[in-house]
Design a protein around this ligand. Structure first.
Ligand SMILES: CC(C)(COP(=O)(O)OP(=O)(O)OC[C@H]1O[C@@H](n2cnc3c(N)ncnc32)[C@H](O)[C@@H]1OP(=O)(O)O)[C@@H](O)C(=O)NCCC(=O)NCCS
Length: 184
């Protein structure tokens, strides 16, 4: 087995000032700008742990709990939560700080699944993760639970799509929704 690395080995924080160029029409920071910054920190943590180039495969649980304002300083704290064979999950906590008042708000947390690749572009095995604290263990187990839930949901939705029929149940269900059926 490859030699492992503790969680602390690859923990990194990216700090960035929110400038006017990052805003949407409502004057708040674009969700896409924050996603791009999260992708960067996920890449840094995953590549550091893997010792290889990593690509983003999926992103779980992106929820913007509070808007981020221009002039705030955003810290994106990334930490490898889980390691499979060739994949890693990086948990990212985003905190926005008003520099003048020092008030800090947790604006979102999400989980990036990354896959390591070698110099030939082939998927590569990643070193094991050394869990040194109870929090490391909780995060590792939580990531595994999320992975199982996602696989279950994917199977469920594939069955749903493959077996979908425009029957009476569907019509009754849609009658309670805010939509208008206008089929030929
Ligand atoms: C990621 C990628 C290499 C996986 O290729 P693959 O042939 O499915 O590889 P494998 O089947 O060997 O799976 C490798 C790992 O990826 C994981 N994986 C594959 N698809 C996944 C998905 N949709 N969600 C989460 N994990 C996934 C597998 O579970 C496996 O994890 P493990 O080794 O820890 O058990 C391939 O899908 C790819 O190159 N995707 C594009 C990535 C990219 O370009 N990202 C930038 C987006 S702009």
């Amino acid at each position: 087995m490859q030699e492992g690395h503790p969680v602390s080995y690859s923990q990194r924080t990216i700090i960035e000032l929110m400038v006017p160029a990052y805003t949407n029409f409502g004057g708040k920071v674009h969700g896409g700008t924050l996603m791009s910054m999260m992708d960067k920190v996920a890449y840094v943590c995953a590549s550091k742990h893997a010792g290889n180039y990593c690509v983003t495969v999926s992103v779980d649980a992106v929820e913007f709990l509070a808007p981020v304002e221009v002039g705030e300083v955003v810290s994106l704290m990334g930490s490898v939560n889980y390691v499979g064979t060739k994949s890693l999950v990086v948990g990212i906590k985003v905190v926005a700080e008003n520099i003048q008042t020092g008030a800090r708000r947790h604006t979102n947390t999400c989980y990036f699944t990354m896959v390591a690749k070698n110099a030939k572009g082939e998927t590569a095995t990643v070193p094991p993760l050394i869990l040194e604290t109870e929090e490391d263990v909780r995060r590792f187990c939580s990531a595994l639970q999320r992975k199982r839930l996602r696989e279950h949901a994917r199977g469920y939705m594939t069955d749903y799509r493959d077996n979908f029929a425009m029957d009476e149940d569907v019509q009754q269900f849609l009658e309670k929704q805010r939509c208008v059926l206008a089929l030929d």
